[in-house]
Design a protein around this ligand. Structure first.
Ligand code: 5AD
Ligand code: SF4
Length: 465
């Protein structure tokens, strides 16, 4: 049999990107080739997201194309992995285009499932039946083995890698589908995590991002000792070769917060960056969202973070148009955004997700155009703040880790001779664009900031270090 080629397409969050990287590595090890285009592929694998309806619609429209394509290429194998696979299971398998449906906890089986489907024209379902039940020993072991075997560098961004420290979520925010598709919270053993980081460092990785849905609730009992995220960050800081450590996403909880901030203040390797979604500034809406804090308690946490780490840059997520959100509630969100002074805020329009509490119990009352208007308004408020914060960098020198060539040439291009435009990031997650040699990708550099926009800093290369 000639070497079969797989085209992998990924939708969704960083957790999904990591799964895609793991699956891709596993497929290569199993003897599959990779293909950049669907045309040349024997297998198309789609990693899906269920967090908002729009993400699911994009996948369905992609499957529509593939169905069409299969008319002239009946041997094409189509596999769907990720949250949508778990959420829709057998219903998704009924789709004419789909051969394999495989949930997030079943991905260690993916190479075998694909090999089976290539050999024999059949449909295969691999989803976890009782997703909220703690995984069996066997399942946990195979997930752990899969995870640590293929924990590899991000292909597109040299010198950087993601490491999952925990799976699942127990919070059940009323709008969120994650607990129903990713299962209960489970922290990975610290030994395995540190070992993985060490391996990545040996391969030249300089920046590690620790991933978890609520990464700050990481908790692992190893003998007498209970590990928190702060302990994990301290231990990871000790790994030679690793220069920057990040962690996302944090839930606004008091527990462990101070110790995590202390490690950030004390360890030069832990980046001064915190992604801590508030979701709303209205206490009424926060309660309906089943978030366990008030807007004041949330702001107190930010104050505390800034006291301990004065240089910290903070990012947040918001949902506008949650059921029952009045103009007054929305105004409370605007007020919170003004006080929080985020470096960046990610704003989403509420999207009812089947099976969640808010979908079952609450009507999606806020009209689409009101959601849209609030989204635009909140973005504008944040943009003014981002712009002010960016301007403070004018004339300053910053240390950045270079990601690679800038995808879109920026209008306000900077001087730099014949060098291409590169994109890089500061430890505090500011995007920096400057002209420099492509060979700087994956290296640290020093850049003097000469121009700013709300989300991007522009500058001149001073030196690579
Ligand atoms: N509708 C809109 N946004 C959502 N998010 C999660 N669930 C929904 C939903 N049903 C947003 C939250 C979360 C981010 C990853 O996605 O803001 O922090
Ligand atoms: Fe979803 Fe809330 Fe868990 Fe985040 S903390 S994944 S929003 S349930």
């Amino acid at each position: 049999m000639s070497r079969k080629k797989v085209h992998v397409k990924s939708f969704g969050c960083q957790m999904n990107k990591l799964d895609t990287a793991l699956v891709t590595a596993a497929l290569q090890e199993a003897g599959f080739g990779l293909s950049e285009s669907v045309k040349e592929a024997d297998v198309v694998l789609i990693n899906t997201c269920s967090v908002r309806e729009h993400a699911e619609q994009r996948v369905l429209s992609h499957l529509g194309h593939l169905k069409h394509m299969k008319k002239s290429r009946p041997d094409l194998v189509v596999g769907v992995i990720g949250c949508m696979a778990q959420r829709l299971g057998s219903k998704l398998l009924e789709h004419e285009a789909v051969n394999i449906v495989c949930g997030p906890a079943e991905i260690p089986r993916i190479s075998k499932l694909i090999a089976g489907a290539v050999q024999e024209d059949k449909k295969t379902l691999a989803v976890t039946e009782k997703v909220r039940r703690k995984g069996s020993e066997q399942q946990n072991r195979s997930l752990e083995e899969f995870e640590s075997a293929y924990g590899i560098e991000d292909e597109r961004v040299p010198a950087q890698a993601f490491v999952r420290v925990m799976r699942g979520c127990n919070n059940f925010c009323s709008y969120c589908v994650v607990p129903y598709v990713r299962g209960p919270e489970a922290s990975r053993p610290p030994k395995a995590i540190i070992e993985q980081i060490r391996k990545l460092a040996d391969h030249g990785v300089k920046q590690i991002t620790l991933l978890g849905q609520t990464v700050n609730s990481y908790r692992y009992k190893a003998g007498e000792r209970a590990w928190s995220l702060a302990d994990l960050l301290s231990a990871a800081s000790g790994v030679r070769g690793i220069e920057w450590l990040r962690f996302v996403t944090s839930y606004p909880a008091e527990e462990f917060f101070e110790e995590i901030m202390q490690v950030m203040a004390e360890s030069p390797k832990v980046c001064n960056y915190l992604h801590i979604p508030a979701q709303s500034g209205s206490d009424k809406i926060l309660k309906a969202m089943n978030r366990n804090y008030t807007s004041q308690r949330y702001l107190d946490l930010l104050d505390r973070a800034r006291e301990i780490v004065p240089e910290i840059s903070i990012a947040g997520d918001f949902i506008v148009g949650f059921p029952g959100e009045t103009e007054e509630d929305f105004q409370a969100t605007v007020n919170l955004v003004e006080k929080a002074r985020y470096r960046n805020a990610f704003i989403f329009k509420y999207s009812p997700r089947p099976g969640t509490k808010s979908d079952k119990k609450l009507q999606d009352t806020v009209p689409g155009e009101v959601k849209q208007r609030r989204n635009v308004e909140l973005l504008a408020v944040q943009e003014t703040i981002s712009d002010e914060l960016s301007r403070q960098f004018l004339g300053r020198r910053v240390r950045v880790l270079v990601e690679g060539l800038s995808k879109k040439p920026h209008l306000n291009s900077t001087q730099g001779g014949n060098n291409p435009q590169l994109v890089a990031r500061t430890a505090t997650d500011y995007i920096v664009v400057f002209n420099g040699p492509e060979s700087l990708a994956g290296q640290f550099a020093e850049v003097k900031i000469t121009q700013t926009s709300p989300l991007t800093l522009f500058g001149q290369l001073m030196s690579d270090s």
